[in-house]
Design a protein. Structure first.
Length: 269
């Protein structure tokens, strides 16, 4: 009987058919996290458009496309205008045991001169230190809503977690996911490529899955801020994010697919 089961499994692997792994049994489970909400409005455009509104609108479009095109199971940290503390976003995500975590935000510059000049798309994954001053500023702005006291996630604990995280597959996959999504966003929008960066975002710390934070554009820029409020551009962004996720999942499936049986080469007499 054991021989028969082993042979059957070998045939399934040889044919490339799914085995009994969890990933083969269910669609991808993805948590989409629209930034801010409620009294936490985030950044503002020159015309008064709020980051919390844009991130939610894009997040809902991403959910629809992921479900329709990838057959994914999508769970939103928020699907309406409500405040949700950063620790609760992380806790919610981990309870869902997702395959991916996507946090959606808009960027902003602080001064009149930089607001008029700086635009473009950035995609982040977690690191203990920021890639550059821009990444540090983005993390500081998004982390402003984090609790003053991080309790068990104090600085020394955070450094330890991040040091360990750097060696994990989830962290490596966060990098791969960030590049996959970012490339699709730049190709689809023609926006300024401000790169894939690393920074210590609170909302990415502790998520037990590949996790990225997408700054879909500078809402503070006169032209880009206006564009972010348009339904057609939001659809373009959501489509690109979906295609990036599709590309990443395809890469992971190829990497994790069962390898066929090794055929021994006959020895030469």
């Amino acid at each position: 009987m054991m021989l028969r089961l082993t042979s059957l499994l070998g045939i399934l692997v040889f044919l490339g058919l799914p085995t009994s792994s969890p990933a083969a049994e269910r669609p991808p489970r993805i948590v989409v996290d629209p930034g801010h909400g409620g009294a936490q409005e985030g950044a503002t455009s020159p015309t008064g458009l709020l980051e919390k509104e844009v991130s939610l609108q894009i997040g809902l479009r991403v959910r629809e496309l992921l479900e329709k095109q990838l057959g994914a199971q999508v769970l939103m940290t928020r699907d309406e205008d409500q405040a949700l503390p950063l620790p609760e976003r992380v806790e919610f995500a981990n309870k869902q045991r997702p395959d991916l975590f996507l946090s959606i935000h808009c960027n902003a510059m602080p001064t009149k001169r930089t607001r008029a000049r700086v635009n473009g798309i950035e995609t982040y994954f977690l690191s203990a230190s920021a890639s550059n001053a821009t990444a540090r500023a983005a993390a500081d702005r998004e982390n402003a809503e984090a609790p003053v006291s991080r309790g068990a996630h104090g600085d020394s604990t955070l450094a330890f977690i991040l040091h360990d995280l750097a060696r994990t597959e989830a962290h490596q996959d966060s990098s791969r996911l960030a590049y996959a999504v970012h490339q699709k966003l730049i190709a689809a929008t023609g926006g300024t490529d401000r790169g894939v960066l690393q920074a210590p975002f609170y909302v990415l710390n502790g998520v037990e899955a590949p996790a990225i934070l997408i700054e879909v554009g500078y809402i503070s820029h006169p032209t880009e801020g206006s564009r972010l409020g348009r339904a057609d551009y939001q659809e373009t962004l959501a489509t690109a994010i979906t295609e990036g996720v599709r590309s990443f999942l395809s890469e992971v499936r190829r990497r994790d697919a069962p390898k066929g049986p090794q055929v021994a080469t006959p020895a030469t007499p």
